[in-house]
Ligand binder design. Structure first.
Ligand code: 5CA
Length: 163
Protein backbone atom coordinates (compact mmCIF):
# COMPACT_ATOMS: atom_id res chain seq x y z
CA UNK A 1 0.00 0.00 0.00
CA UNK A 2 1.51 3.30 -1.08
CA UNK A 3 -0.50 4.99 1.69
CA UNK A 4 1.85 3.58 4.31
CA UNK A 5 4.70 5.63 2.88
CA UNK A 6 2.86 8.94 2.95
CA UNK A 7 3.84 11.69 5.36
CA UNK A 8 1.59 11.91 8.41
CA UNK A 9 -0.46 14.88 7.13
CA UNK A 10 -1.00 13.22 3.75
CA UNK A 11 -1.92 9.96 5.47
CA UNK A 12 -4.63 11.78 7.43
CA UNK A 13 -6.07 13.04 4.16
CA UNK A 14 -5.96 9.58 2.61
CA UNK A 15 -7.80 8.23 5.68
CA UNK A 16 -10.43 11.00 5.49
CA UNK A 17 -11.00 10.20 1.81
CA UNK A 18 -11.53 6.54 2.65
CA UNK A 19 -13.73 7.34 5.66
CA UNK A 20 -15.95 9.35 3.32
CA UNK A 21 -16.30 6.28 1.10
CA UNK A 22 -14.04 7.31 -1.78
CA UNK A 23 -10.98 5.66 -3.32
CA UNK A 24 -8.95 8.64 -4.54
CA UNK A 25 -5.27 7.89 -4.19
CA UNK A 26 -3.06 10.52 -2.58
CA UNK A 27 0.13 10.99 -4.58
CA UNK A 28 3.33 12.60 -3.42
CA UNK A 29 5.55 14.35 -5.93
CA UNK A 30 9.28 15.04 -5.63
CA UNK A 31 8.63 18.58 -6.88
CA UNK A 32 6.65 21.16 -4.91
CA UNK A 33 2.87 21.32 -5.29
CA UNK A 34 2.67 24.25 -2.85
CA UNK A 35 1.05 26.66 -5.30
CA UNK A 36 -1.39 26.06 -8.14
CA UNK A 37 1.31 26.82 -10.69
CA UNK A 38 3.81 24.46 -9.09
CA UNK A 39 1.19 21.73 -8.71
CA UNK A 40 0.17 22.01 -12.36
CA UNK A 41 3.82 21.80 -13.45
CA UNK A 42 4.53 18.78 -11.23
CA UNK A 43 1.38 16.95 -12.32
CA UNK A 44 1.52 18.00 -15.97
CA UNK A 45 -2.01 19.43 -16.06
CA UNK A 46 -3.57 22.81 -16.75
CA UNK A 47 -3.48 25.29 -13.86
CA UNK A 48 -7.27 25.60 -14.19
CA UNK A 49 -7.50 21.93 -13.12
CA UNK A 50 -5.92 22.68 -9.74
CA UNK A 51 -8.67 23.01 -7.13
CA UNK A 52 -6.96 25.44 -4.78
CA UNK A 53 -8.10 25.56 -1.16
CA UNK A 54 -8.59 29.05 0.19
CA UNK A 55 -9.45 29.49 3.87
CA UNK A 56 -11.28 32.54 5.15
CA UNK A 57 -12.68 33.43 8.56
CA UNK A 58 -16.32 34.44 8.91
CA UNK A 59 -16.08 37.84 10.60
CA UNK A 60 -18.96 37.51 13.09
CA UNK A 61 -19.01 33.83 14.01
CA UNK A 62 -15.32 33.06 13.43
CA UNK A 63 -16.28 29.98 11.41
CA UNK A 64 -13.70 28.73 8.92
CA UNK A 65 -14.82 29.02 5.30
CA UNK A 66 -13.21 26.88 2.61
CA UNK A 67 -13.43 28.02 -1.00
CA UNK A 68 -12.29 25.45 -3.56
CA UNK A 69 -11.41 27.55 -6.59
CA UNK A 70 -9.95 26.84 -9.99
CA UNK A 71 -6.24 27.64 -10.03
CA UNK A 72 -6.94 29.95 -12.96
CA UNK A 73 -9.33 32.16 -10.97
CA UNK A 74 -9.15 34.81 -8.29
CA UNK A 75 -11.80 34.55 -5.61
CA UNK A 76 -14.23 37.42 -5.10
CA UNK A 77 -14.42 37.70 -1.32
CA UNK A 78 -17.50 39.92 -1.51
CA UNK A 79 -19.32 37.27 -3.53
CA UNK A 80 -18.42 34.62 -0.94
CA UNK A 81 -19.52 36.92 1.89
CA UNK A 82 -22.83 37.41 0.11
CA UNK A 83 -23.35 33.66 -0.16
CA UNK A 84 -22.39 33.19 3.47
CA UNK A 85 -24.48 36.09 4.73
CA UNK A 86 -21.54 37.28 6.78
CA UNK A 87 -18.46 39.37 6.10
CA UNK A 88 -15.14 37.62 5.59
CA UNK A 89 -11.95 38.37 7.42
CA UNK A 90 -8.52 37.28 6.26
CA UNK A 91 -7.32 33.99 7.65
CA UNK A 92 -3.67 34.11 8.64
CA UNK A 93 -1.33 31.12 8.67
CA UNK A 94 -1.99 30.42 12.37
CA UNK A 95 -5.78 30.42 11.88
CA UNK A 96 -5.43 28.03 8.92
CA UNK A 97 -3.27 25.63 10.88
CA UNK A 98 -5.39 25.80 14.05
CA UNK A 99 -8.76 25.25 12.37
CA UNK A 100 -7.82 22.91 9.53
CA UNK A 101 -4.90 21.03 11.06
CA UNK A 102 -2.87 21.70 7.91
CA UNK A 103 -0.39 24.35 6.78
CA UNK A 104 -1.02 26.73 3.87
CA UNK A 105 0.15 25.13 0.66
CA UNK A 106 -1.26 21.73 1.56
CA UNK A 107 -4.78 22.46 2.81
CA UNK A 108 -7.00 19.64 1.53
CA UNK A 109 -10.76 19.64 0.86
CA UNK A 110 -11.40 17.04 3.59
CA UNK A 111 -10.04 15.87 6.91
CA UNK A 112 -10.12 19.26 8.60
CA UNK A 113 -9.99 19.48 12.38
CA UNK A 114 -13.14 21.61 12.31
CA UNK A 115 -15.74 21.22 9.53
CA UNK A 116 -15.67 24.40 7.44
CA UNK A 117 -18.46 25.97 5.38
CA UNK A 118 -17.53 24.97 1.82
CA UNK A 119 -18.08 26.75 -1.50
CA UNK A 120 -16.97 25.31 -4.83
CA UNK A 121 -16.07 27.46 -7.84
CA UNK A 122 -18.66 26.77 -10.55
CA UNK A 123 -15.87 26.87 -13.17
CA UNK A 124 -14.47 23.62 -11.79
CA UNK A 125 -17.66 21.80 -12.78
CA UNK A 126 -16.87 22.10 -16.50
CA UNK A 127 -13.68 20.04 -16.16
CA UNK A 128 -13.28 16.27 -16.50
CA UNK A 129 -10.57 15.88 -13.88
CA UNK A 130 -9.24 18.14 -11.19
CA UNK A 131 -6.51 17.90 -8.55
CA UNK A 132 -6.65 18.99 -4.91
CA UNK A 133 -4.02 19.34 -2.20
CA UNK A 134 -3.63 16.40 0.16
CA UNK A 135 -2.13 17.75 3.37
CA UNK A 136 1.44 18.64 2.43
CA UNK A 137 3.19 20.89 -0.14
CA UNK A 138 4.03 17.76 -2.16
CA UNK A 139 0.80 15.76 -2.01
CA UNK A 140 -2.27 15.94 -4.23
CA UNK A 141 -5.08 13.69 -5.41
CA UNK A 142 -7.14 13.53 -8.58
CA UNK A 143 -10.92 13.49 -8.66
CA UNK A 144 -13.89 14.69 -10.66
CA UNK A 145 -15.67 17.95 -9.80
CA UNK A 146 -18.85 16.02 -9.03
CA UNK A 147 -16.91 13.92 -6.54
CA UNK A 148 -15.47 17.09 -4.97
CA UNK A 149 -19.04 18.23 -4.32
CA UNK A 150 -19.94 14.85 -2.81
CA UNK A 151 -16.75 14.67 -0.77
CA UNK A 152 -17.09 18.13 0.77
CA UNK A 153 -20.85 18.72 0.76
CA UNK A 154 -19.94 22.13 -0.63
CA UNK A 155 -22.24 24.51 -2.47
CA UNK A 156 -21.33 25.15 -6.11
CA UNK A 157 -21.37 28.89 -6.70
CA UNK A 158 -20.04 31.78 -8.78
CA UNK A 159 -17.10 32.82 -6.61
CA UNK A 160 -14.53 34.09 -9.10
CA UNK A 161 -13.67 37.72 -9.64
CA UNK A 162 -15.41 39.04 -12.69
CA UNK A 163 -18.28 36.54 -12.71
N1 5CA B 1 -1.06 22.67 -2.90
C1 5CA B 1 -1.50 23.77 -3.69
C2 5CA B 1 -2.45 23.41 -4.83
S1 5CA B 1 -3.03 21.77 -4.91
C3 5CA B 1 -2.17 24.77 -2.82
O1 5CA B 1 -2.45 24.52 -1.67
N2 5CA B 1 -2.44 25.93 -3.42
S2 5CA B 1 -3.50 26.95 -2.80
O2 5CA B 1 -3.59 28.02 -3.75
O3 5CA B 1 -4.68 26.26 -2.47
O4 5CA B 1 -2.89 27.40 -1.46
C4 5CA B 1 -2.18 28.49 -1.33
C5 5CA B 1 -3.15 29.57 -0.94
O5 5CA B 1 -2.91 29.91 0.40
C6 5CA B 1 -2.95 30.85 -1.71
O6 5CA B 1 -3.73 30.90 -2.86
C7 5CA B 1 -3.33 31.91 -0.73
O7 5CA B 1 -4.69 32.27 -0.84
C8 5CA B 1 -3.17 31.25 0.58
N3 5CA B 1 -2.04 31.88 1.28
C9 5CA B 1 -0.75 31.88 0.92
N4 5CA B 1 -0.02 32.55 1.80
C10 5CA B 1 -0.88 32.99 2.76
C11 5CA B 1 -0.73 33.74 3.97
N5 5CA B 1 0.44 34.19 4.38
N6 5CA B 1 -1.82 33.98 4.71
C12 5CA B 1 -3.01 33.52 4.33
N7 5CA B 1 -3.22 32.81 3.20
C13 5CA B 1 -2.16 32.56 2.42
Amino acid sequence: MSGLQLKDSARRVQAAIQDAGFAFQVREFPASTRTSEEAAAAIGCDVAQIAKSLIFRAADTGRPVLVMASGANRVDEKAVAGLLGEKLARADADFVRARTGFAIGGVPPVGHREAPVVFIDADLMALDEIWAAAGTPNAVFRLTPTDLVALTGGAVAAVKKGS
